[in-house]
Design a protein around this ligand. Structure first.
Ligand code: SF4
Length: 374
């Protein structure tokens, strides 16, 4: 998806790393930890994000953070947006659609522009990470946005186009995310430096943007965004922690899944779809009234980002079903499994954003989807 406009920014990233006048910050998307080791013959339990953190520091990045942190931030904003949406939604209105997949957003802009007002305005985790890094985090480190080079490692070619959109550029002209590398490009950089991952020990990601919950990690699989959003939505309306497995109907490789629940006494019918063929069929059914939904998660790649176009390729093999269990295992092993529990998320709201959907959160973390911008 988006391959025709893809840029390879390895040279620019290497120049930034070598430049003593800038601070390089790299974010690692949830799906990367399920796949980067495939290029080195590692088992999933060996190819951890903690080992990758050590390697990226060795390669010269100043700070290594986790996009799962900003996935938690996306959930705080998107769950709040959904609860507001439900206050005015009529039974036959079209649902709210997630918008963190740029492949889907581009598809909606070209094929269903009449639905753009139904897409969540919450920016994707990649973009929220960039916005928070170049404002709150930079200020706390006495850096200007121009002194920070923000790099993301993504499973996705379309993320390059997303980062380059004018609406993702700050008012001072600097982009939230400067360069996007795919998993394959990062692996190429590692191989060009003769890196053997097993020679590197594991280390913790940097604080505070390296702290994430299990909810933030499952973003990399189809259904993960919906499950994470419902966990936090449940807390927002009931003021009590849900059993993290309550919404597990969102899991699995099926191209279309349903989660039926109740929030604030109101029935909620959520759908999870992956693959653009399935998405087109679902939208036609929704428009024709053959299906009903309140909230829909869409991922362009079958199986979600774990099977993204920037991940390692194995001829003839669909890898999403092999990779997704790594994320659900990490979710089960993590003490904090709901986005609102993330201590760094609490800090960023307390020190800076004040609350989800606050004026500053709207300015930095939300966007408008315009058909002409692709
Ligand atoms: Fe990118 Fe595919 Fe993930 Fe969408 S589902 S964000 S196109 S990797």
């Amino acid at each position: 998806v988006g391959a025709l406009t893809a840029r390879d920014d390895i040279d620019k990233v290497q120049q930034a790393i070598a430049d003593p006048n800038v601070t390089t910050v790299v974010q690692i998307a949830p799906a990367i930890r399920t796949a980067y080791g495939e290029a080195f013959g590692l088992k999933p339990e060996e190819a951890t994000v903690q080992r990758l953190a050590t390697i990226l520091h060795h390669m010269g990045f100043d700070y290594v953070f986790d996009t799962s942190f900003s996935a938690d931030l996306t959930i705080m904003e998107e769950s709040s947006e959904f609860l507001e949406f439900m206050k005015t939604k009529k039974p036959n209105d079209m649902p709210l659609f997630t918008s963190c997949c740029p492949g889907w957003v581009r598809f909606a802009k070209s094929e269903y522009p009449e639905l753009l007002g139904q897409l969540s305005t919450s920016k994707s985790p990649q973009q929220m990470f960039g916005a928070v890094t170049k404002t709150w985090w930079a200020k706390n480190h006495d850096l200007t946005p121009e002194q920070v080079v923000s790099v993301s490692i993504m499973p996705c070619v379309a993320k390059k186009s997303e980062a380059a959109m004018p609406s993702m550029t700050r008012t001072d002209g600097t982009p939230d995310v400067d360069y996007v590398l795919t998993t394959r490009e990062m692996n190429r950089m590692m191989k060009s430096e003769f890196i053997e991952p097993l020679n590197f020990p594991e280390s913790q990601l940097d604080d505070p943007l390296g702290i994430a919950t299990g909810a933030g990690m499952i973003f990399g699989s189809t259904g993960g965004v919906m499950e994470a959003a419902l966990r936090t939505g449940y807390y927002f309306v009931n003021h009590e922690k849900p059993d993290a497995d309550t919404f597990k109907a969102a899991r699995g490789e099926d191209g279309l899944k349903e989660v039926n629940t109740e929030l604030n006494g109101v029935p909620v019918h959520a759908l999870v779809v992956s693959g653009l063929g399935n998405t087109r069929r679902l939208i036609e059914d929704l428009k024709a009234g053959r299906r009903h939904a309140d909230f829909v998660e869409v991922m362009a790649c079958p199986g979600g980002c774990v099977g993204g176009g920037g991940q390692p390729i194995h001829d003839g093999c669909e890898m999403a079903g092999y990779r997704a269990p790594t994320l659900y295992k990490l979710d089960r092993q993590t003490k904090l499994r709901c986005s609102y529990e993330n201590p760094s998320i609490k800090t960023v709201y307390k020190e800076y954003l004040t609350a989800p959907l606050s004026p500053l959160a709207e300015e930095l973390l939300h966007t408008e989807h315009v058909a002409s911008e692709r």
